[in-house]
Design a protein around this ligand. Structure first.
Ligand SMILES: [Zn+2]
Length: 84
């Protein structure tokens, strides 16, 4: 185990486009249960909006041509989990 994992933060490569700003946060296309946190390519090929767990499961990473984190200025609703 490591202490790298901290809340919803993920390592980002600032040399690549890793964030996209949307007017509203879409629902996760994979589980359709929570708001999406990422817009990125999936292991299946097509791009999809994904929440954090789904991004970890189906996402291929962050960066140009892979995936972007969704920014709306609004907090992410993750079904109860709160980030300080
Ligand atoms: Zn999901």
């Amino acid at each position: 185990m490591s202490e790298v994992l901290q809340d919803s933060k993920v390592p980002v490569d600032t040399d690549n486009l890793v964030e996209v700003t949307l007017p509203t946060r879409p629902a996760c296309n994979m589980c359709e249960a929570v708001d999406a946190a990422y817009d990125g390519a999936t292991v299946y090929g097509p791009w999809a909006y994904m929440c954090e767990p789904c991004f970890g499961r189906y996402g291929v990473g962050l960066g140009t041509g892979r995936g972007q984190r969704i920014a709306t200025g609004n907090p992410i609703a993750t079904g109860g989990r709160q980030n300080a």
